[in-house]
Design a protein around this ligand. Structure first.
Ligand code: AP5
Ligand code: MG
Ligand code: ZN
Length: 221
């Protein structure tokens, strides 16, 4: 059965970290709007240049841009067959409604919205300690999740890492503020639809994953 999933959570909650683990165990495809924007910025596409203005400030990219990107991806055939795991979308009520319309129009629906819940104070520290493998994109943390061998990526062996531009302290604060504001209406929207699952994200990465697996396994039974 194809599972259609949304991974919600404030910046640094662990959406990308969990998505990587889910991807290794389930068939659905990972769609991270943040990753799509960062790729476009790196390739200096027109969309990338537009998006960068917002991302650098920790603001949301305008909905018409983001909704369009997600719609393009969700309308591809592999997504129909394998299901999807949206990471970082929707982020406000308007996006949630756009997603709902797109799915309804194509006879699909969301199976679950997993909200990875972490106190914002913890997230500021987490984000300043994040580093990412340049080659394969694997995410690590200086404090909570370092590479097994110092300076060497567990997955691809690369020794080159980088920090995200928007993980600078000034930007992190605004990113958190912007996202906190949008979060509650979104949670309420999905709670009302009875598809919201709250997971405590202030636990060991493997424990968070275990609890997500429980939700997913219950869906497929
Ligand atoms: P995006 O890339 O989605 O950034 P974000 O939402 O701020 O989330 P992050 O990727 O920072 O955090 P994450 O939850 O993935 O955490 P991670 O697993 O890396 O978006 C970037 C920007 O793009 C936005 O600001 C916006 O401008 C734009 N954008 C994107 N989507 C948009 C949309 N829908 N609409 C409009 N604009 C949009 O983990 C973080 C760190 O913590 C890592 O170091 C990790 O190792 C560590 N960690 C993970 N789990 C744990 C744990 N359980 N315990 C301890 N440490 C942990
Ligand atoms: Mg992420
Ligand atoms: Zn790597």
């Amino acid at each position: 059965m194809a599972i259609n999933l949304v991974l919600m959570g404030l910046p640094g909650a662990g959406k990308g970290t969990q998505a990587q683990k889910i991807e290794a165990n389930y068939s659905m495809l990972h769609i991270s709007t943040g990753d799509i924007f960062r790729n476009a910025i790196q390739n200096q596409t027109e969309m990338g240049k537009q998006a960068q203005k917002y991302i650098d400030k920790g603001e949301l990219v305008p909905d018409e841009v983001t909704d369009g990107i997600v719609a393009d991806r969700l309308n591809q055939k592999d997504i129909y067959n394998n299901g999807f795991m949206l990471d970082g979308y929707p982020r406000n009520l308007e996006q949630a409604k756009a997603l709902q319309k797109l799915l309804t129009d194509t006879n699909r629906h969301l199976d679950a919205v997993i909200n990875i819940d972490v106190d914002p104070d913890i997230l500021v520290k987490r984000l300043s300690a994040r580093y990412i493998c340049k080659k394969c994109g694997a995410t690590y943390n200086k404090i909570s999740n370092p590479t097994k061998k110092a300076g060497v990526c567990d997955f691809c062996g690369s020794e080159e890492f980088y920090q995200r531009d928007d993980d600078k302290p000034e930007t992190v604060k605004n990113r958190l503020d912007v996202n906190i504001k949008m979060n509650t209406p979104l949670i309420d929207f999905y709670k009302e639809q009875n598809i919201l699952y709250n997971i405590n994200g202030d636990q060991d990465i493997d424990q968070v994953f275990k609890e997500i697996i429980q939700v997913l396994d219950n869906l497929s039974n």
